[in-house]
Structures are given as structure tokens and as C-alpha cells.
Design a protein around this ligand. Structure first.
Ligand code: 4AZ
Length: 829
């Protein structure tokens, strides 16, 4: 089924079946004629055909202009109606109870009355059915009715119907029971909006005790095709519903399969909290404003995926309350229920007051509030009379001009986001950073972070006007960057000055990947002028080329010029093979010390695996390739630990020793160590692990993408390393999964730095100024690179290095592109 759309669902029922038969010259019924008769016969047949064609045309015109206007369509509108002076009773949850039925009758009568006042609605309404009641969220002595109204009308009247429905908005009135009669209260609330599928497949859940809902078939099979399933969740009065997704994996295209969550019991679009499809990023915890929530899963007939598992619970309504007076010298505050998505219809005010003669500064650590619209029309934070919205703040630091500061947060009734967390601090205006370095944006950082090569202030002000060291170049803007990044095609300075005056090729020339220089005029001219296709690899259209080390081989065996075309969201191969097998490499959360890294967030690296030697604990890292196979380093399996039975794999793990519902452990069925692994040179340091039973992939366990043999990871490109390895050389493993950002290092430079221990099956990455690196215990884990579409590919496996994080001693990784066919051969992946 396509996305919900009743325009297609209620199609005309008439079908015209015209069957004609034309006699063939060879048909035995054909009559043999003499030549004179034959000419007359042709003339006659011609006239007959002309007459028939004219009749058909006239018929079509009559049908189009007359009959077609009689084609009738059905439309269903869904609405809610507030009924005041009517306390909610438990029977209203049960559609078969007499109280439900009698209130439903009253609502129906009221709807008839409303529709009778509009000629279009009165003429075409077929009837209404009340679907459910819930407690009113503002007035406790009120009930909200959710209903569907069906209209049948000629197709050409659809616009009038929509207009008539719109005319009921803004809401015409809420219902009041007065002396047994339903009355319209002119100030509030008939909201008749949104088109439904006409599906009535609903599961009722009363969320008194916590529980879970699964999409049909989960976790054993994919969800069924062409389905629409609703779950109506209700909590006790005075509570909210909280829904936490454990797994959510649907088809990528929301036009096909999607899940919608509403802050109501009916699919009323202005109360839509979120729509999700694919493998969503960001927080997947949702909270209602009142005590009801609707979850709706719709699928079409193709491509079905695992689906979802979500845990529900009820939380006291005041758990979502926010704001207050903040009078300490420093503290934190955040949007309601952060890191869950904030509930709709929230309004919070924080009044910060610090001692006299001090000012206040507020630093937003995380910020995702509504859509980034001019004027912040839906959800926003207001600070210093400035409204903030969206997820990218130009500045994250705000300061007051007195000892007081007020911050407000508002969310509208629909589309929620994760919100924000902020820190505030009092400061002395004349000396804002005692004992610390003062950034231009008034942030204070440790003096050791000044001129350390990292942008600790967030505005680079700690890295300007520094004295560059011998191994560094000075950018035009005053930043110091390592000399190895000069002329690597990446703007490291931020003003491109590290890429200026690079005279490998002259100004009007293009530098080919194979080192040749060609005229820039030859770029994208549909001819392979470089001889390696690189002059045609970044063009709008890809070229079919003879296969080489610089081309991508489609499954058909033909090769294209485009650089790294796999899983980039564009179909390049005629057989679609560049976009096949792309259910990998998109972590659910996106947002830099391993050594010099920082703690990662749970679920940020869902392919990361911890390999334990039973009884000894964490020993190596690994990456998930699919639901059966892991990729790691061969050197993790020395002779004394070469048996699969000595090992255990921990998947979905974040903190060592803390397993939770997302953590899965597996025994190993087999370990395949590369047959040419050399334990002295660490050449071919790669191994594959087959698990003893298949995994169920979810938000916390997900494959990383494997690059094709010709995938290009250019020097200078940023990459991530992750692991529980030591954070100081010779140190112990750490508890929380760490991440750090490094860069791919040019192979020739690396061979120089590591005295020729590096060969072409190895790849170097690191930060040459030192301080950031993989280390003992990170071995086997991934060196991960993100493609332009946000998909993560494994470029390397942590293998070796001279010490850890030393200046000019990058880490060495097994170069995965060199082992792509070996992996395929052993695993089929
Ligand atoms: C190790 O012993 C190890 N600095 C891994 C990576 C590096 C060094 C040592 C790279 O597993």
C-alpha cells in the first residue's frame, strides 16, 4: 500500500472493459476478392473505421464531460471534540458500554447539527462514528471525543468539501452538556482535520503497568506488507505516556513505510508528534502532553523490514514540568525530560539570579529545538530577547548584562525534538575567567588547552595568535596546522591557505589521482583524459570506463568512473548494484580521547563489538558485518588464545561490565585468521569471526559498511576510532566506549615516519602532533569514515603503532579495500 491517502483508496468503482477483435489477413475467415472488388472493399473499410473512430471519440467526450462528473468518491475526516462539564468515567474506554454508546449518540447528534449548518457538509455527509473518548487535558471535568465522519460526493466537489471542512476551523465550538443537551461553546474546539486511511485496525492498551508493543512479527520476521496498525495508549488521569523505542528499523522511504505517533487517540495531523521511517537518528523516546497517545504503523506492499519494539510506561504529569528559580552560582537546566524528546505544549521559564555585581553566562551543550524557521514559529528557546530554534546555533554562549537572566522554552502541539541542555555560571564582568583562558565567546577553558591544536572554545579563538611549532605551518588566519596537511586537498585552516600555492600542477591544471596533470578544461568532458577516470569521477554524470584500480565495478561487470559511488543515494550502475546492500553504516545517533578521545554516546557506534577472553575480560574490538559475521584483527588470536571456544563477543555494549536489555553476548563458532598473517610484521592483520547464532539487528547492533576494493580514502580525510582500549600507553582498558577523531595520513609520509614497516595493505591514521590514537585494547576495532551521505564505512582495522599517541607516530590499520574479496570469499558479505 502506498502512504496513507484516501484519494487513491476511494477510487471510482466503474470499470470499462472494451474488447475488440481485428481479423488478420491470414485469418481463415478472410474472404478472397478479385482486384476491382478489393479497391471498393478498402474504401468501404476506411469509411467504416472513420465512423467507428468518430463514435468512440464522441463516446469518450460524453463520458468525460457527463458521466465522469457522476463518479463519486468517499472521504473520511477525523476530528476531536471537547465536551465540557462531563467528567470522564472508566466506561468511556469501552466502546461496548452503554455510557460510551449514549455519549457517542450525543456527539453524533451534535455533529449532524454542525454539518446541517453548512450546505456542502449537509449534502454529502454519510455519517459519523465515535472512535474513542479520553479525559480532557485542560479541564479535568471534560471529555474529548475522537470521531470519523464519512462523506460521499462527486469527485469534482472535493475542493468544496475541503473548503467546508476548513471553514469549521478555527475550531467552531466545544460541546457542553447543559440540561441534557449538547451545546456549542463558541470559544473552543471542533477540530475536524486530517484524512484517514479508513483502516480501523486498532489495539487498545491501558498503560497502568509498563509493557511493550512490537510491530507484527517482530523480532522473528519482518512486518507484513500493505498493513495499517494502530495502538491506542491510555494512561491513568494525571499521567503522561512515555514511549521508548528499543528498535526501529523500517524502509528508508517514508512514502512507503512509516510510523507516526500522535498526541491524541486519533490520527489528527496537528497533533502529530513525529513521523519516522528508515533507521532513525536522534532520541527515540516520546512523551505525551496528556494521558493518551496513538502509534500508527503503515506499510506498503514492497520491501519489508524488521519493524519496531517500543516500551511504554506512565509517568506523573508533573515529571514533564520545567523551569524555576536558579540562584546557585552555577548549575544546569534542560528541556523537559531531556534526553527524551520534550512533550508537546510545554512552556518553561527559568529565572537565574546570581549575587550582585556578577553577570550570568549560559552555554548550550546540546540544542535541537523545533525547525529552523525565521522567527522560530513552532518550538523555541528565548534568551536575551532572542528566539533560538533548529539544531545549529550560530553561537552557543550567551551572557547577561546584569545579575539576572530569564530563559524561556515553548513547544507547540506538534512535532517534538530532543531539546537542549545548558550550563550557567556567574562571572565577574571585569575578570570572567580567573586562572583560565578566556575565549572570544566568553567561555573559559584550561590554559593547557590554549594553542593545543584543538578548537576548544568552539570559535577557534584559543587557536589564533599561537606561535607555530617546527612541524607546523602558519595559516593566513593565524592558526597553526601540521605541515603534513599542506596541499592535501582539504581546507584545514578554514581559510584554505593550506591549499594555496600548491604547485604540483599549474593553476589551470587538474591533478589526477595517478599524479598526471591535465588541463582543467578537460574535466567532465565525458573522456578519460587522466587515464584513471579521476577527471570524470566527480561529475554529474558517471562514465562507463574500462575497469581499473580507479573505477567502481558494478555487479554486471561493467565499470563506472564515479568516485565512491556505493550507497551514496544515487543510482549509478544500470543494475542498481552500487545502491544494493546499503543497510549498514548509519548510526542512530550522530553528534572527539581512546587516547585524546572522549566518551561516546550509547548506540553511537552500533557495529562496535567487545571481544572477551572468557575469564580475562575485554581484549580486542571488532565490527559487525551482518547478523552472523564480525571483522577484527588477526593478532588478537595468538596461539594460546586461538580457539573460538576461548572467546565471547559482546554486542550492543556501552559500558564494560554493565549489560542491559540491548546487550547481546554470543559464543564464537569459528575464527578465520588470514592465512598470510605475519605475527612479526603484522602484514595481513585481519580475521573474521562467525557467531554461533544469528543476531537480531537493532538500534544498538548494526553493521558497518564494507568499501569496494576501489573505494578511495584520501589522505587528510577525517576518520573515527572507537574502543575500550587504554587511554594512556601501558594503561588498562576503560569502562565506557571511547571515540576519537583522526585523519588518514599519506602513505609515503607514513612509510617515512615509521621506517618502512608500512606496506600497501596497511593504512595510517592519526594526529601527527600527537595526543590522539588507538592503543592497546582497541586492536581489531574499526577505523570508520563517513561518506557524503552520512553512511559509515570501515576503512581499517586497528592493528599496530609505535607506542600510542606519540608525535609523528600515526596508528597503523589493516587496509580493508585490499581484503574486500577475501572477506566476500569467506563470509559471503
Ligand atoms: C595494541 O597494542 C596497539 N597506536 C594498537 C594500536 C596502536 C598501538 C598498540 C596504535 O593493540
Amino acid at each position: 500500500m502506498d502512504a496513507l491517502d484516501s484519494r487513491q483508496k476511494f477510487s471510482p468503482t466503474q470499470d470499462w472493459d472494451v474488447t475488440e477483435q481485428f481479423l488478420q489477413a491470414s485469418d481463415p475467415r478472410h474472404l478472397e476478392k478479385k482486384p476491382g472488388q478489393r479497391r471498393r472493399l478498402w474504401v468501404g473499410l476506411g469509411l467504416l473505421f472513420t465512423a467507428a473512430a468518430l463514435t468512440l471519440l464522441t463516446g469518450l467526450l460524453v463520458w468525460h464531460f457527463h458521466l465522469r462528473s457522476d463518479v463519486r468518491v468517499n472521504r473520511i475526516y477525523i476530528g476531536s471534540m471537547g465536551i465540557s462539564n462531563k467528567p470522564f468515567v472508566a466506561e468511556y474506554e469501552d466502546p461496548s458500554s452503554s455510557l460510551f454508546r449514549s455519549l457517542a449518540d450525543l456527539v453524533n447528534k451534535q455533529l449532524k447539527l454542525i454539518y446541517s449548518e453548512n450546505s456542502v457538509l449537509a449534502r454529502y455527509v454519510k455519517g459519523s462514528t465515535v472512535q474513542a473518548f479520553s479525559e480532557g487535558d485542560v479541564d479535568p471535568d471534560s471529555v474529548v471525543a475522537y470521531y470519523e465522519s464519512e462523506f460521499e460526493l462527486p469527485a469534482h466537489q472535493e475542493a468544496s468539501l475541503n473548503e467546508a471542512i476548513q471553514s469549521l476551523e478555527p475550531p467552531a465550538g466545544s460541546l457542553q452538556v447543559q440540561r441534557g443537551r449538547l451545546m456549542l461553546n463558541p470559544t473552543n474546539a471542533l477540530t475536524v482535520r486530517s484524512v484517514s486511511s479508513g483502516e480501523r485496525n486498532s489495539i487498545e492498551v491501558h498503560v497502568r503497568k509498563s509493557g511493550r508493543i512490537d510491530s507484527p512479527g517482530f523480532p522473528d520476521t519482518s512486518y507484513p506488507p500493505s498493513m495499517s496498525q494502530k495502538w491506542r495508549l491510555r494512561a491513568d488521569r494525571g499521567h503522561r505516556i512515555r514511549l521508548d523505542f528499543h528498535t526501529l528499523i523500517l524502509e528508508d522511504d517514508c512514502q512507503n513505510d512509516f510510523i507516526k505517533i500522535y498526541d491524541s487517540l486519533a490520527p489528527i495531523e496537528p497533533q502529530l508528534l513525529t513521523e519516522q521511517c528508515g533507521y532513525p537518528h536522534g532520541s527515540l523516546s516520546f512523551v505525551s502532553s496528556g494521558n493518551v497517545m496513538l502509534v500508527m504503523l503503515v506499510t506498503n506492499k514492497e520491501k519489508n523490514f524488521p519493524g519496531f519494539r517500543a516500551f511504554y510506561s506512565q509517568i506523573p504529569a508533573d515529571d514533564g514540568e520545567c523551569g524555576g528559580k536558579l540562584i546557585e552560582e552555577r548549575g544546569t537546566f534542560s528541556s523537559p525530560l531531556f534526553p527524551a524528546n520534550y512533550p508537546p505544549k510545554s512552556f518553561c521559564t527559568w529565572d537565574i539570579q546570581v549575587p550582585k555585581e556578577r553577570f550570568v553566562k549560559v552555554l548550550f551543550k546540546k540544542f535541537a529545538v523545533g525547525k529552523d524557521t525565521p522567527g522560530c514559529l513552532d518550538d523555541y528557546v528565548e534568551i536575551n530577547n532572542q528566539k533560538l530554534c533548529g539544531s545549529e546555533l550560530k553561537t552557543t554562549m550567551f551572557t547577561s548584562q546584569s545579575n539576572k537572566m530569564t530563559i524561556q522554552f515553548k513547544s507547540d502541539p506538534s512535532h517534538v525534538s530532543q531539546g537542549f541542555t545548558a550550563e550557567y555560571e556567574a562571572f565577574i564582568p571585569t575578570n570572567p575567567c580567573p586562572g583560565k583562558f578566556r575565549c572570544s565567546n566568553n567561555m573559559c577553558i584550561n590554559t593547557t588547552q590554549h594553542c593545543d591544536g584543538f578548537n576548544d572554545c568552539g570559535d577557534n579563538s584559543d587557536e589564533f595568535s599561537c606561535k607555530c611549532e617546527a612541524m607546523q605551518m602558519e595559516c593566513k588566519n593565524g592558526l597553526c596546522k601540521t605541515k603534513f596537511w599542506r596541499c592535501d586537498g582539504i581546507d584545514d585552516c578554514g581559510d584554505n591557505s593550506d591549499e594555496e600555492g600548491c604547485v604540483k600542477c599549474t593553476d589551470g591544471e587538474f591533478s589526477c589521482r595517478n599524479g598526471r596533470c591535465i588541463s582543467k578544461k578537460l574535466l567532465c568532458n565525458n573522456k578519460d583524459d587522466c587515464g584513471d577516470g579521476s577527471d570524470e569521477s566527480r561529475c554529474e554524470k558517471s562514465l562507463w570506463l574500462q575497469c581499473s584500480d580507479f573505477t567502481f565495478r558494478c555487479r554486471s561487470g561493467r565499470c563506472i568512473s564515479k568516485l565512491n559511488p556505493e550507497c551514496d543515494g544515487e543510482l549509478d550502475c544500470e543494475d542498481g548494484s552500487d545502491e544494493a546492500d546499503c543497510q549498514c553504516g548509519i548510526p542512530p545517533f550522530r553528534s572527539s580521547r581512546i587516547i585524546g578521545g572522549q566518551v561516546s554516546r550509547e548506540g553511537e557506534w552500533p557495529w562496535q563489538v567487545s571481544l572477551h577472553i572468557t575469564g580475562k575480560g575485554h581484549t580486542c574490538g571488532a565490527s559487525v558485518l551482518n547478523n552472523r559475521w564480525l571483522l577484527t584483527a588477526a593478532h588478537c588470536f595468538p596461539d594460546e588464545f586461538a580457539q573460538a571456544s576461548q572467546w565471547e563477543a559482546f554486542l550492543g555494549l556501552h559500558v564494560q561490565g554493565q549489560t542491559n536489555e540491548w546487550t547481546v553476548t554470543r559464543k564464537l563458532k569459528q575464527v578465520i585468521v588470514h592465512e598470510k598473517f605475519d605475527h612479526i610484521s603484522f602484514d595481513n592483520d585481519i580475521a573474521l569471526i562467525e557467531l554461533d547464532s544469528n543476531l537480531i539487528l537493532n538500534q544498538y547492533i548494526w553493521p558497518i559498511c564494507l568499501p569496494s576494493p576501489t573505494y578511495d580514502f584520501p589522505a587528510g580525510q577525517e576518520a573515527w576510532i572507537t574502543g575500550w582500549g587504554a587511554t594512556v600507553e601501558g594503561g588498562a582498558s576503560v569502562k565506557i566506549l571511547q571515540k576519537a577523531q583522526v585523519r588518514i595520513i599519506n602513505s609515503t609520509v607514513c612509510k617515512d615516519l615509521l621506517e618502512n614497516w608500512v606496506n600497501d595493505r596497511m593504512l595510517c591514521a592519526g594526529i601527527l602532533t600527537g595526543g590522539v590514537d588507538a592503543c592497546q585494547g582497541d586492536s581489531g576495532g574499526p577505523l570508520a569514515v563517513t561518506n557524503p551521505r552520512g553512511r559509515i564505512f570501515v576503512a581499517g582495522v586497528v592493528s599496530w603503532g609505535e607506542g600510542c599517541a606519540l608525535r609523528d607516530k600515526p596508528g597503523v590499520y589493516t587496509r580493508i579495500t585490499e581484503f574486500r574479496s577475501w572477506i566476500k570469499e569467506h563470509t559471503g558479505v
